[in-house]
Design a protein around this ligand. Structure first.
Ligand code: CNA
Length: 300
């Protein structure tokens, strides 16, 4: 039933529907919920896209299972896969996408309520979106701590070890590769990225509770939730869309139909099948923000 409706609506008219919603409700603000798909055009692979995703490419690291790269016990035994991945993902190596800049324009136009991101690439900050709007649900590289005694370390502690040591190349299979270790107990130092089995930052839960109350208080303003570039498979983040109150409209921009949009579609959902940057460009055009988007993307 849903797929018929999606086909009937088409991509352009779905984008127009989002734009119309925002134009018809000038007080409405947007909460974004985003994932790795908004950064793939920046050159950062996502997890699950076939052939290009990180899980596909991790095969060469001989992991017992792909998710082991984000498993604390595995990291304790063998930090090399995480170091390899961190080298690929480390903030500073990439520029934001058009989609990131679209979110910045929502802030500039006072139409942004929040961005819940699963990404650890900090591209929201690089797009100069104010930190008060951004919830990094899966942590970031900006803090580090020892996995044994929890002693905290500055960013440099881990970062300095990311440079490939020619004499102890990972490929040579050397076991004394130079990993960041705690000065007190010798435990491995790990960035504050949420690994499987670890708790999410309390700011994630606190802010989501506030935002849910905000929805209830401001029902008549017709706020919108826009979900983009995520497979909605990692919990508890993946449950956010289903916790959006039924009277609040949801839109999805993604290459595939995912999560609650697939399992429990709502009559009012708007589905934009396709590329996030392409959708960002079209939505910006509909909202009269295209020149601003192009200026931001060009770095000026
Ligand atoms: P995922 O499971 O890899 O899903 C990505 C989704 O985005 C898929 O549904 C894709 O079809 C879709 N997609 C990919 N490219 C595009 C595009 N250009 N336009 C539209 N849709 C696209 O990633 P999730 O974020 O859902 O999974 C959560 C994990 C991924 C979090 O724990 C992250 O920390 C982790 N991750 C983050 C990064 C990053 O920080 N950039 C990179 C890789 C993985």
């Amino acid at each position: 039933k849903l797929s018929k409706r999606v086909i009937r609506m088409g991509k352009s008219s779905a984008i127009k529907k989002v734009a119309e919603h925002l134009k018809n409700h000038p007080e409405a603000k947007v909460i974004f919920m985003v994932g790795a798909g908004i950064s793939t055009s920046c050159g950062i692979p996502d997890f699950r896209s076939p052939k290009t995703g990180l899980y596909h490419n991790l095969a060469k690291l001989n992991l017992p299972f792909a998710e082991a790269v984000f498993d604390v016990d595995y990291f304790d035994k063998n930090p090399q896969p995480f170091y390899t991945l961190a080298r690929e993902l480390y903030p500073g190596n990439f520029k934001p996408s058009k989609f990131h800049y679209l979110m910045k324009l929502f802030e500039n136009n006072k139409r942004l309520q929040r961005i819940y991101t699963q990404n650890i690439d900090t591209l929201e900050h690089q797009a100069l979106i104010s930190g008060s709007y951004v919830i990094e649900a899966h942590g970031s590289f900006s803090k580090n701590h020892c996995i044994k005694c929890s002693k905290e370390y500055p960013l440099e502690k881990f970062k300095s070890k990311l440079k490939i040591d020619e004499t102890h190349s990972e490929d040579s299979g050397s076991t004394d590769f130079d990993y960041a270790r705690c000065d007190d107990c010798g435990g491995l130092v790990k960035p504050a990225i949420v690994f499987f089995g670890e708790g999410l930052p309390s700011r994630f839960f606190d802010t989501w509770e506030e935002d849910q109350e905000w929805f209830l208080k401001e029902k008549e303003k017709n706020h919108l939730v826009l979900i983009a570039g995520t497979s909605l498979t990692v919990y508890p983040f993946a449950s956010l869309p289903e916790e959006v109150p039924p009277e609040v409209r949801r839109a999805l921009i993604n290459q595939e139909l995912v999560g609650d949009f697939k399992a429990f579609p709502r009559e009012e959902d708007i589905i934009i099948h396709g590329d996030v940057d392409d959708a960002a460009q079209k939505l910006a055009a509909e909202l009269g923000w295209l020149t601003d988007l192009e200026l931001l993307a060009a770095g000026g």
